[in-house]
Design a binder for this molecule. Structure first.
Ligand code: SF4
Ligand code: SF4
Length: 155
């Protein structure tokens, strides 16, 4: 994509006046997911537990700093068609505390680690601990340490 095309598709904070309310120009990105800090996996069993999260639709896991998070893409049931909050006066405190200072308005953040599928997490854990399950593409006899030698012909 050309730089010119990029500049028309990516909106930057700097494109708006300092006193602008960015939420007025956003599709309420922060109302389409929730993220919870989770224990950092240490053992193979911990990783397998996180793999279970990832077996669920819309569940992902990311790591920022030393902290692991469960990130679930799901839209708040009170988000209205016009991207406004349907319970603005009584919205939860976490919504009140959230500000545009470091929000995802610009969509340009990246995670240190990001797992979208259980296979990705398994591959990562396999690299740390060794394979958890036999490779389904490997034939059973190939899993032996060595094949049975062919017997010498009897004279
Ligand atoms: S806080 Fe940020 S992400 Fe949320 S609606 Fe406002 S501009 Fe969009
Ligand atoms: S309660 Fe309102 S501000 Fe909070 S996530 Fe739902 S729609 Fe967004």
């Amino acid at each position: 994509m050309s730089q010119a095309a990029l500049s028309t598709t990516i909106r930057r904070r700097r494109d708006f006046p300092k006193d602008a309310n960015l939420c007025e120009h956003c599709s309420a990105k922060c109302c389409h997911y929730f993220a919870l800090a989770i224990d950092e996996p240490v053992t193979r069993r911990d990783f397998d537990f996180i793999r279970w999260y990832l077996l669920h639709e819309h569940a992902t896991v990311f790591v920022e700093g030393e902290t692991w998070y469960l990130l679930v893409y799901t839209t708040c049931k009170h988000l209205q068609q016009d991207h406004r909050c349907g319970i603005y006066e009584t919205r939860p405190q976490i919504c009140r505390d959230y500000t545009t200072d470091e929000c995802e308005f610009e969509d340009d953040w990246c995670y240190e680690k990001y797992f979208e599928t259980p296979e990705q997490l398994d591959e990562y854990a396999d690299a740390l601990f060794g394979r958890q399950f036999p490779d389904p593409n490997t034939k059973k006899h190939d899993r032996l340490r060595s094949r049975r030698p062919t017997a010498l012909p009897i004279a």
